[in-house]
Each structure stands twice: as C-alpha cells, then as structure tokens.
Design a protein around this ligand. Structure first.
Ligand code: ZN
Length: 245
C-alpha cells in the first residue's frame, strides 16, 4: 500500500456514492487507493466485487476523461474482532445515545490498524439521519470513530451525482454500480435493504426491476430499524445480546 500525501484513501464498495467519488477524484487527476472489506455475513460481496472489476476496466479505457491514477484495490476480510479497545468503548458509548451501524466501528479500527488518516467515506447528507448528526459532532466519543474519516459528498445527493456523471460522460460507468446488500437468488436488488431503500427514495427507482420495486413497497425490516433509531436503548440491548456483552 502506498501512503504518499497525494494519495486519497477511499472506501469503495462498488456502489453509487463511492463510485461517484472515485470518478470525481480521478477526473481531478488524483491518485486513489480504494479499500474494500469483505463482510462474510453480507451476501452482496461477489456482486460488489464484480461491479468494481467492470468499473475498473472502463476507467482504464477512459484515461482522457479520468486522468488520475487508480491503484489496485486493497481487498481484505473483515477482522474477527475489533483490535482497538478504545474504538470499541467509543462505539458502545455512542450507541447508548443513538443508533449507528457497527460498520463505522470496524472501519475506524481498520484505519487505526493500518495508519490511514482521513479515509474518505461516500456518506450522503440525509437530514435527521443519525450518521449525519454524528459526523458533525467533534467531541468524544464521536471524534474517536468519525474523526478518522472524511465525508466529501455530504453536501450532495444521488440525483446531483447523476447530473454530474451525465455532464462528464461517465453515466455509463455509474450504471455498472451495485447498491443492494441482500440480492435475491436471481441476482436482483432486494428492494428492502437500507441501500435499496435510499436509492429508490432518492430517484434511482429506474434502476430496479418491477419485482424489486414491489418488494420495496412490502418491506418490513426498515420499519424495525427506524423504530430502533428512535429508541437507542432498545438497539443497544439487541446489539449487546447479539455480541454477548
Ligand atoms: Zn437491497
């Protein structure tokens, strides 16, 4: 892994938001080191890896439009346990106050272990969303987790990203992205997981087959999650039971 000051470290998932950021940086002539963490509990990994491979091939053919350097993606398995006690303690302190997905704890630990400062995360600004609140809080325990990252696309949304990619002739690359965490056996987006829900709500419904859009209308899990967001104590209890704390 190269760590020159000019290298931008980016968590790349093969999804719409992080791919937009990747293309944006490459168009600015930057050298980008993408990172991808395989989560064995997430059935979408092979779809994401395949999307990233197809996107990388297209990027390498578009050297005029995308003049920056795309370094080979650092791919690693999610660690068996969080190595930094301080990061785990900070995460536990946060979720007693508000629901935040544990991926931020794992990512902070990943950065700390590898000495990466300012890893870019493709997180959108969603008003009222807990992550949006947490990234703007500078004190402990938020600083211990979110202080490790940069959030360059907080002020944009999916339709603005689409407009940018149309204007720069990169929409065909953006349409190779994958955004579902729980694809069906037939490799269709589920329409029910968090990323599918966000994509449909933000005007990306045109990329979903009809069956996925029907599943979106019938979804139940996101309602449970929004319940958990309103009652952080309930989420902490579930999380503690799952991890036997
Ligand atoms: Zn999905």
């Amino acid at each position: 892994m190269r760590h020159t000051p000019a290298t931008v470290h980016l968590l790349w998932t093969g999804g719409w938001d992080s791919t937009y950021r990747l293309l944006y940086l490459l168009r600015e002539g930057k050298q980008v080191q993408p990172h991808y963490i395989i989560d064995p509990h997430r059935p979408s990994s092979r779809h994401e890896l395949r999307a990233m491979e197809a996107i990388s091939e297209c990027i390498n053919k578009e050297t005029e439009k995308l003049s920056g350097t795309l370094l080979p993606t650092e791919i690693s398995e999610k660690a068996a346990s969080v190595r930094s006690n301080e990061i785990e303690e900070a995460y536990n302190a946060i979720i007693k106050k508000m629901y935040i997905g544990d991926q931020y704890m794992w990512l902070a630990d990943y950065c700390e272990t590898r000495g990466i400062e300012g890893m870019e995360l493709g997180v959108e600004n969603i008003p009222g969303n807990n992550v949006t609140k947490a990234v703007n809080l500078v004190e402990y325990p938020y600083s211990k987790i979110f202080g490790k990252f940069r959030f360059p696309i907080l002020s944009t949304n999916k339709l603005e990203m689409k407009e940018w990619s149309e204007a720069t002739g990169t929409l065909s690359i953006m349409e190779l992205t994958w955004f579902c965490h729980k694809p069906t056996a037939g490799a269709e987006p589920c329409g029910r997981c968090g990323p599918c829900e966000a994509a449909i709500k933000e005007g990306m419904g045109y990329r979903f087959p009809l069956t996925s859009r029907i599943r979106y209308q019938l979804r139940i899990v996101p309602r449970l999650r929004s319940f958990a967001k309103k009652f952080p104590g309930f989420y902490y209890l579930l999380y503690s039971l799952k991890h036997s704390k």
